[in-house]
Design a protein around this ligand. Structure first.
Ligand code: NAP
Length: 240
């Protein structure tokens, strides 16, 4: 039996980068992945691409995590199609970097509403279904920016710092119900997160698959063990 047989994972922001790598690992491991993002064509393309990665299954649903109703619909679609939810990966997120002097209200709002509110909306929608299964796992994709501030990070630092606190509180709320909650905190990952997109010359950076590996490795831990916070960084970044 493949390692995720029978497991259903909902992954937000999974049409590229880290989220897509997690979805692919779940499908390759025999699980059922629900992929999503704001754009229907990207969702469709991802479903097509991962459908052949089996033995697992994949379905797609458009979901802007800033919209609570869309988050409920995402989880409901997973339950309707696959019968329940075992794993939620709150991955959708973005960074808009500017100083407090330069940052506009819109940039602040989009980061807080995506990186923080979106996690609340999806978790609220998923928790009753994880309870129904008798347990599960919520992975919140934080960042090393959740504990290291930098100039230009006023909104991004706030969102990821808040996410770390939120994750720890949720972990304490849910642990006795068999629901584990972990914050995964990567350093630089070579994805479309950065304006210029992935750079083949940035071979010192982490790859999206490295973060997916953290999640799949944690899923193999025995029920008694809860690695609640994982920091992962490039082992040899350029020297400053
Ligand atoms: N790359 C890094 O160096 C790094 C480091 C630490 C942490 N992280 C975190 O890792 C997570 C994933 O980032 P990534 O590097 O994989 O970036 P990415 O390649 O830009 O992927 C981001 C994904 O999120 C989706 N998305 C954006 N806004 C959304 C919204 N409002 N609702 C639903 N989906 C949305 C995007 O699709 P659409 O645009 O189609 O919606 C895309 O699928 C983020 O939370 C990020 O903060 C990244």
């Amino acid at each position: 039996m493949a390692e995720f047989t029978g497991k259903v994972a909902v992954i937000t922001g999974s049409t590229r980068g880290i989220g897509r790598a997690v979805a692919e690992a779940i499908v390759k491991g025999g699980g059922k992945a629900v992929v999503s993002s704001r754009r229907a064509e990207a969702v469709e393309e991802t479903v097509q691409a991962l459908a052949g990665a089996g033995p697992g299954e994949v379905m797609g649903q458009v979901c802007d995590v800033r919209d609570p109703e869309a988050c409920e619909a995402l989880v409901s679609a997973a339950v309707d199609r696959f019968g329940g939810v075992d794993i939620l990966v709150n991955n959708a997120g973005l960074g808009r970097f500017a100083t407090i002097q330069e940052m506009g209200r819109e940039s602040w709002d989009v980061q807080i509403r995506t990186n923080l509110d979106g996690v609340f909306h999806c978790s609220k929608a998923a928790v009753p279904h994880l309870q129904e299964r008798g347990g599960g796992w919520i992975f919140n994709i934080g960042s090393l920016a959740g504990r290291n501030a930098f100039s230009g990070g006023v909104a991004y630092n706030a969102s990821k710092w808040g996410l770390l606190g939120m994750t720890e509180a949720m972990m304490l709320d849910l642990r006795h119900e068999g629901i584990r909650v972990s914050c995964i905190m990567p350093g630089s990952v070579n994805t479309h997160f950065f304006e210029d997109g992935p750079d083949p010359d940035d071979d010192w950076k982490l790859q999206a698959q490295d973060i997916a590996r953290v999640i799949t490795d944690l899923l193999a831990f025995p029920d008694r063990a809860l690695p609640s916070k994982v920091e992962i960084r490039p082992s040899q970044p350029p020297k400053k």
